[in-house]
Design a protein around this ligand. Structure first.
Ligand SMILES: Nc1ncnc2c1ncn2[C@@H]1O[C@H](COP(=O)(O)OP(=O)(O)O)[C@@H](O)[C@H]1O
Ligand SMILES: [Mg+2]
Length: 231
């Protein structure tokens, strides 16, 4: 039986704007298998970030159902949702959002403050900082790191709580091609090593091509493209 990391059924999001209803996400159906790496592409303003916000439980849909690891996240109260997110979800944004007064190693530790899992902090930080190739920068502060290095630390941080699913919104949008390649290699490693499910928004076809599957969003509607049909 296929195991799904995430299912979204008939998901809609609308907001009130000047007394008009604006439909941002329109009846999205989206199924992602465990260990699958999916890229979401679409023009600016098409609803990518809004959809990712809903799927990663930052934002709530207006209607429809989102299940992550077989949990209907719409049924969780605020505290349950926070705990669920801490245990199951990692997020990486285009802007690295590291905490400036903490060094690289301490930034990676942040999710562990909120985790109830039995994770050995020191070995977890060492494991992750090795995977992102920045062991010698463990004591460096964000301002002492390049953009690419900051993003690699942000990625290590996203993995610290051992999430089952990683969401990323233009993770390479602020990086040059060399750093983009480094970040993509890190995602490949996590997929291989931990069977991580990854859902990534990108404008960059080079990034999208690394995924198992690409879906497209336009005016709030999601389109699947079945590459099997192209062969
Ligand atoms: N809270 C909101 N209120 C009004 N409009 C919004 C809100 N959130 C998003 N939008 C609009 O919805 C559309 C989709 O936004 P977004 O998801 O950020 O697109 P993308 O990430 O694809 O560029 C945009 O036109 C944006 O202006
Ligand atoms: Mg966006």
């Amino acid at each position: 039986m296929v195991k799904y990391a995430l299912t979204a059924e008939n998901v809609c999001k609308s907001v009130e704007l000047d007394k008009n209803k604006l439909d941002i996400i329109k009846n999205v159906n989206f199924f992602v298998k465990e260990g699958e790496y999916v890229a979401i592409m679409g023009p600016s303003g098409s609803g990518k970030s809004t959809l990712l916000g809903i799927l990663s439980c930052i934002d709530k849909q207006t209607s429809g159902k989102v299940m992550i690891n077989n949990v209907d996240v719409g049924n969780l109260n605020k505290d349950e949702l926070t705990e669920f997110r801490n245990n199951n979800i990692g997020i990486v944004f285009q802007s690295f959002n590291l905490i400036s007064v903490l060094n690289a190693g301490e930034n990676i530790e942040v999710p562990l403050f909120f985790s109830k899992k039995q994770i050995d902090w020191e070995s977890k930080v060492d494991e992750l900082i090795n995977i992102v190739g920045l062991r010698d920068k463990k004591k460096s502060f964000p301002r002492q790191l390049s953009g690419g290095e900051q993003q690699r630390i942000a990625i290590a941080r996203a993995f610290a709580g051992e999430p089952k699913i990683l969401f990323t919104d233009e993770p390479t949008g602020a990086l040059d091609s060399e750093n983009t390649e480094m970040v993509l290699k890190i995602f490949d490693k996590f997929k291989k090593k931990y069977n991580m499910t990854i859902i990534t928004i990108t404008h960059d076809t080079k990034v999208a091509e690394r995924a198992d599957r690409i879906v497209y969003i336009k005016d709030g509607e999601l389109y699947e493209r079945n590459f099997e049909n192209d062969k």
